[in-house]
Design a protein around this ligand. Sequence first.
Ligand code: ATP
Ligand code: MG
Length: 383
Amino acid sequence: MNDRAIIHYSEIALKGNNRAFFEKTLLFNIQKQSKGFYNKIRRISGRLIAEFEPGVEEELAGSLKKIFGIHHFEFGFETEAEMENMKKEVLKIFKEPHPSSFKVSASRSEKNYPFDSMDIEKELGGVIHEGLHIPVSLSHPESELSVEVVEGRAYFTVNRIEGAGGLPVGCSGKVVSLLSGGFDSPVATIRMMKRGCLPVLVHFHSYPYTTRDSIEKVKKLAEIISTYSPIALRLILIPFADIQRKITEIFSSKFRIIAYRRWMLWMAERIATNNSARALVTGDSVGQVSSQTIENIDTISEIVSLPVLRPLVGYDKDEIIGLSKQYGLYQTSQKPFDDCCSLFVEGSPATKTRIEDIKNIEKDRFDELARMAEEALSKAEIN
Ligand code: ATP
Ligand code: MG
């Protein structure tokens, strides 16, 4: 019966202190996200070994698949690395019905172990072939048995399961992610988590001009995003309607979306400063809608000095939808909602704004808008 998970992480570019920090963060995240599915976890020779009660494999696999930083993992068992003992134990690995063909891949961490990896493969492959009458196939085996000899113990596992890849959430620091109710920003947030960022989620709503349903939808999306995180993510809900009304007084309709976005970023930057976050994240993709032309992206970002990361900038909608499905967001994102940004906007927005034009319109009213933005921030609801 399987009672061990061997967890491998990608080691590329991990050197010195970075590597120790990566390993510590990954271990912490597994302890949080896979809690209850295993009893003990330890690190040996660049991998993690989790011990679990037989029978919880499926649940454990489900949780491990959502942990960034894991390259792949396998289930199996552990025995003493003495050859005669290994020959006895190896016969237990293939369950009925047996695979139509197999292959053994061995590795050993200690050079003073009396057998090299080829010897191990030959010895154990021979035992399985003779004992269970399963043919060997080196090029296209149905099942691959991996044997790792590490620190006097042997780990037998079959069939690797791909992990989520990337870096453990938290090891790249904090970001503030602007989360709308659409498809893009939830995917953008998870992509940044995959690069090790821990996001603080911020949503701007126009309640009571729009219904509470939009807020509930964003809360649900935040819950789904949190399943990829070692800790429940903070969602900050900010009332935006008063500022939108003020923007309506200042800007003609074609510039309003640009102004909304600028002030969203302005507030997000304030939140970032208060939360020691070093960047902002949005779900923009070039050319997807008129506010996402390169000119408008430039005009919008000008109001902040923190970097604005846009991980979906070069993605097509189809690719984003594919990721939305993969991450379990699609069912929720597709529900209709009132987008705050269409409030008080008629006709099409300007596609090629110039920073100077927008700043000229805004300049005498900047302090007034900033005051209102501060007030909105003070009324934020934190979930
Ligand atoms: P999404 O699918 O994420 O809503 P979109 O393609 O609809 O994106 P826009 O609505 O133009 O694009 O929004 C661009 C980005 O601005 C969003 O991806 C999100 O990061 C941010 N944003 C838009 N509206 C809000 C909001 N109400 N609250 C927080 N962020 C928002
Ligand atoms: Mg949107």
